[in-house]
Write a protein that binds this ligand. Structure first.
Ligand code: ADP
Ligand code: MG
Length: 400
């Protein structure tokens, strides 16, 4: 993949940068408030580098899921202020993406100046499945710039105008964030240092089947917790009460258990579960053996013995990939399993990668120092698809 250094002298050039500025906003007050600016912070180094090189930087991004037309609550305007603070320079803002405001804003840029254009997804062409419709929008975007830098790792698995099509229309390069993420993912898939342990949790087993499938051939141990574990426990013949269960995945999961055994991959399941009377922090709850979940309770976390067991399986790992909380960490009584895994990653001396939006949020809300982990990915979906062994269109186009 080319880097921005391969784009030549950027002075006088208009550099279109696809960033991921899709931050959560709290709209309850008078003005929207960014509740987690992680993605803005992650976007800053690439933008700064391009500005320092004298480029006229045009940042494009999406926010939320507008349906192809402008909607005030999805405006990128609130993000512009934060970006400006972090960059330490003024940031211009265009109130449309490829219209009169965008053209005038780009026209007014000087070398080393930066502007953000309004939400890409206010334009139906951005996410259209129709290549021609996407192409028209990509042409409009491309006409605003001389070169393109792809840095929105969170969207590189999407075949979208600003990710895929625009790269076919302009000299292009990968931004620093995309380069780092891809490098990390390669460490997890190409000759990972062993022992290699993978910890999977989160709500749905069906979201992560592809990853399990692909990593069964690569990892030495796969530890499973979270809501998805109950489909595994059920597959082993245990009763899981009112816990999350994906009945239709039982057969697939059974197949994985068999294949793991054949391949000599250790599947580590919890030995105890925190089972509660209801999905609530106030509900009666307690740890029970994993094969003794009462019919009227639901499992909301792995139990303390499982936390210890999981930590022991991570202690000597040289590579760890973790995706998905071990329990409903948002509710204090069910956060200990997730905390135990995060702590084990910090205590170990292997290379640890945290992927997944909720997992990254868990690490932060439980008060862990992000720097203590090898890498916290900014793109849950993108990193999962990479680990599934899929081709990511936004990466493939940069490699072409
Ligand atoms: P990520 O975003 O890290 O990939 P997911 O989106 O797959 O993670 O899952 C995160 C969600 O899973 C969290 O909101 C958490 O509350 C939920 N979860 C974890 N364990 C359970 C459980 N036992 N029952 C229900 N939900 C769970
Ligand atoms: Mg999630």
């Amino acid at each position: 993949m080319k880097t921005s250094d391969d784009l030549g002298d950027l002075r006088g050039k208009r550099v279109l940068v696809r960033s991921d500025l899709n931050v959560p906003l709290d709209h309850s007050g008078e003005t929207p408030v960014i509740t987690d600016d992680g993605r803005v912070r992650a976007s800053v180094p690439t933008i700064k580098k391009l500005l320092d090189a004298g480029g006229r930087v045009i940042v494009v991004a999406h926010l939320g899921r507008p349906k192809g037309t402008p909607e005030a609550k999805y405006s990128l305007q609130p993000v512009v202020g934060r970006l400006s603070e972090l960059l330490g320079v003024p940031v211009a803002f265009a109130t449309d993406t490829v219209g009169e405001s965008a053209k005038a804003t780009v026209e007014a840029l000087e070398d080393g100046g930066v502007a953000v254009l309004e939400n890409l997804r206010f334009n139906a062409g951005e996410t259209s499945k129709d290549e021609a419709e996407r192409g028209v929008f990509a042409d409009q975007l491309a006409s605003l710039a001389d070169v393109f830098v792809s840095d929105g790792f969170g969207v590189v698995h999407r075949k979208q105008a600003s990710v895929y099509d625009v790269a076919q229309r302009l000299p292009h390069a990968a931004g620093g964030l995309v380069l780092t993420e891809v490098e990390v993912l390669k460490k997890l898939t190409v000759e990972p240092e062993r022992p290699y342990a993978v910890v999977l949790g989160g709500s749905k087993v069906s979201d992560k089947l592809g990853v399990i499938d692909n990593l069964l051939g690569k990892a030495d141990r796969i530890l499973i917790g979270g809501g998805m574990v109950f489909t595994f426990l059920k597959a082993k013949g245990y009763e899981v009460g009112k816990s999350l269960l994906e009945e239709d995945q039982l057969e697939t999961v059974n197949g994985y258990l068999k294949r793991a055994e054949e391949l000599g991959v250790e599947i580590v399941l919890p030995v105890d579960i925190v089972a509660a009377e209801a999905f609530s922090a106030e509900a009666e709850h307690g740890a029970v053996a994993a094969d003794q979940i009462p019919a009227d309770r639901l499992g909301l976390d792995i139990g303390p013995e499982s936390g210890t067991l999981f930590a022991s399986k991570l202690a000597d790992a040289k590579t760890v990939f973790w995706n998905g909380p071990m329990g409903v960490f948002e509710l204090a009584p069910y956060s200990d399993g997730t905390r135990a895994v995060a702590q084990a990653l910090i205590d170990g001396d292997g290379f640890s990668v945290v992927g997944g939006g909720d997992s990254a949020a868990a690490v932060r809300t439980l008060g862990f120092d992000e720097q203590a982990f090898g890498h916290i990915s900014t793109g849950g979906g993108a990193s999962l698809e990479f680990l599934e062994g899929k081709t990511l269109p936004g990466i493939a186009v940069l490699e072409s």
